[in-house]
Design a protein around this ligand. Structure first.
Ligand code: B12
Length: 208
């Protein structure tokens, strides 16, 4: 087994999807992993800590897996580090959706999230930067073609309570109710608006 296969196989035991891309990040590869968010493993659980928010779901469910993967890559003699907190870089550093599409882990959906044939829009992505010789896909998969799953479907756009979603385009942060700053809270637990995602998840699962 090659090093790339060993790392991918180890990562696949920990995460639902694994892919690699070079994208535009210089000499190092990006290892992109995705975990499905479920009611039992709620990766979308954000908590308010003073005036800040915490990636509570990622810390609880993803961090132990990420640390195990980092240890494995280090043991093989390569560098590896998380990009951002829990592999979840804040805006600007890395476009995780683009990286996931380039790594072959899905395609953009009309609701702007990456849809996977099996996990629909329930994957949450994380990135690790490494000098391990992975086998990255080229960015040719990151096409801007209409996603066949979304053809003729506008359920996400129609259901948006603010009517601000446009096909494949993120609304301005201030208009989207999933914006952390505007989320309503139950105690220290922040509640995301995910109406466009919940309905899409049902439809795209039926189609695939
Ligand atoms: C900032 C941010 C937000 C902001 C968005 C503000 C904004 N206007 O961008 C807010 C707070 C609103 C937000 C909300 C949510 N977010 Co958010 N967010 C991010 C973050 C940190 C950066 C996103 C970003 O700025 N992207 C830049 C835009 C330009 O990228 P893009 O949408 O991919 O744009 C491309 C497409 O439009 C494409 N394109 C253009 N034209 C066309 C035409 C066609 C036909 C096609 C196919 C493509 C295409 O080209 C563009 C450039 O590549 C990422 C993490 C990261 N570092 O990437 C998470 C991330 C995107 N969020 C995520 C999630 C899950 C959410 C929420 C569900 C809340 C939550 N539970 O976390 C909601 C979903 C709202 C929605 N309907 O999309 C996930 C998405 C996972 C997935 N399966 O896709 C990410 C990747 C985080 C993660 N770790 O997994 N988010």
């Amino acid at each position: 087994m090659s090093i790339a296969q060993e790392i991918t196989s180890y990562a696949s035991d920990l995460f639902n999807v694994v892919g690699a891309t070079k994208l535009t990040y210089g000499l190092n590869n990006l290892l992109i992993v995705g975990l499905e968010t479920t009611p039992e493993r709620d990766l979308d659980e954000f908590r308010r800590v003073n005036r800040d928010f915490k990636l509570y779901g990622f810390e609880k469910h993803a961090r132990p897996k990420l640390e195990s993967l980092l240890r494995f890559i280090h043991k093989q003699g390569f560098s590896a580090e998380l990009v951002g907190q829990c592999g979840y870089p804040p805006r600007g550093e890395i476009n995780l959706k683009e990286a996931a599409v380039c790594a072959g882990l899905g395609k953009w959906g009309k609701n702007t999230l990456v849809l996977h044939p099996r996990y629909s829009n329930r994957l949450r992505f994380m990135a690790l930067r490494t000098d391990a010789p992975l086998e990255p896909l080229t960015s040719s998969l990151a096409t801007r073609e209409e996603n066949p799953v979304c053809a003729g479907c506008t359920i996400c756009l129609d259901t948006c309570p603010e009517k601000v979603l446009e096909p494949y385009r993120m609304p301005e942060t201030v208009h989207c109710l999933a914006n952390i700053a505007r989320m309503t809270s139950k105690g220290d637990r922040l509640i995301c608006c995910d109406i466009c995602l919940r309905l899409c998840s049902t439809v795209s699962n039926e189609k695939s």
